[in-house]
Design a protein around this ligand. Structure first.
Ligand SMILES: Nc1ncnc2c1ncn2[C@@H]1O[C@H](COP(=O)(O)OP(=O)(O)OP(=O)(O)O)[C@@H](O)[C@H]1O
Ligand SMILES: [Mg+2]
Length: 327
């Protein structure tokens, strides 16, 4: 079977930092792969290599069957890229930005204008199309950015953290645009720091940490490593925390985490919640907080690596100083 994207053993070093440390991944034709990982995990580095903007030190990769180093030109004709930071020209209007890209891609003036109008319509930017993009909101810029990467009708699309910094509504809108692209048969590699986003969009997910793939599978498979959901119970009287801990441990068969004055535990079966509520009630324990929520990336991380995503070095300096000592 032909893969839209295939990478084998990708390595990229920056001095002592291994931004990528032997990454393998595949995106089957017409599917969306979610690359999930915290700051500095190597997501952007992988995207830049696959989009021919950066050469790997080791390993190889193909996009649409073409080698990203030796056949970069062919690869570029197939792909679209929406980078992590907005790439539109602030002084130009939405229409001008898109027409310029069409012209750069060798389209005629009228074809470029037609394509621009079509994309602005699709991204609900028709009304704003005549305004300089510096007057756009963050969400509008992200949408225009995505539109810009689609001018050339790419078969393979790279989206690097497309919704970071967007409000929930803009995020949901962008998700539906991405779903529309998938319905058109476009293959997508999307990076994100949000488990929920990967959950919403991705057929398959790979989790990056320190430049390595530390887990891969469907969203359900990944969550099965942590428990699909997280239960949190905070007693009104802090002294009841031990009782809460016992009840939760009894019902789910595992001792909860007790940091922050509340009991937190992964839950595979939501039916345990009423049982816990009844037991607490019998014991006269009042909870001020009782919630069942989806696992966060952080919890998936903790389960996979034994450390929290926040422990990662964020600055370049810290990353370099830390070297490659496995956690
Ligand atoms: N040009 C560069 N020079 C030196 N170090 C770099 C460079 N680009 C990336 N790095 C380092 O490589 C590692 C991976 O960076 P990368 O940008 O790929 O991470 P990321 O997963 O995209 O993170 P974020 O979620 O913050 O965008 C980091 O430790 C980063 O500091
Ligand atoms: Mg990045």
């Amino acid at each position: 079977m032909q893969h839209a994207i295939r990478a084998e053993g990708l390595v990229k070093r920056y001095g002592e930092t291994r931004a990528l440390d032997g990454v393998d991944l595949v995106v089957p034709q017409g599917r969306l792969l979610g690359v999930l990982g915290p700051n500095g995990a190597g997501k952007t580095t992988a995207v830049r290599i696959l989009a021919t903007l950066l050469r790997p030190d080791e390993g190889r990769a193909t996009v649409g069957g073409f080698d990203v180093v030796r056949q970069a030109h062919q690869v570029r004709s197939l792909i679209g890229l929406t980078g992590q930071y907005a790439a539109v020209d602030e002084m130009l209007t939405g229409v001008e930005n898109l027409v310029m890209i069409g012209r750069l891609l060798g389209m005629s003036r009228s074809d470029s204008r037609r394509r621009a109008a079509e994309l602005l319509e699709r991204f609900a930017l028709s009304d704003a199309g005549g305004r300089a993009t510096k007057t756009y909101s963050g969400g509008m810029r992200r949408r225009l950015d995505l539109a810009a990467s689609l001018v050339g009708r790419p078969q393979v699309l790279f989206l690097d953290e497309p919704t970071t910094g967007l409000d929930p509504r803009s995020r949901t809108e962008l998700w539906s645009v991405v779903r529309g692209l998938m319905a058109d048969g476009v293959s997508v590699l999307l990076t994100t720091q949000y488990l929920e986003e990967a959950d919403q969009l991705a057929d398959d997910i790979v989790v990056f940490d320190h430049g390595r793939v530390i887990a891969s599978g469907t969203s359900d498979e990944l969550k099965a490593t942590t428990g699909a959901q997280v239960l949190e119970v905070r007693p009104l009287r802090p002294t009841d925390l031990d009782l809460v801990s016992q009840v939760v441990a009894d019902v789910i068969g595992e001792a909860p985490d007790l940091t922050g004055g509340r009991a937190t535990a992964s839950v595979h079966d939501p039916a345990v919640v009423p049982a816990i509520v009844r037991r607490l009630d019998d014991l006269g324990v009042v909870a001020t907080e009782l919630a069942l929520r989806k696992s966060s990336l952080d919890e998936v991380f903790l389960a996979l690596t034994g450390h929290r995503a926040e422990d990662e070095p964020v600055t370049e300096k810290a990353a370099t100083a830390k070297e490659e000592v496995p956690a």
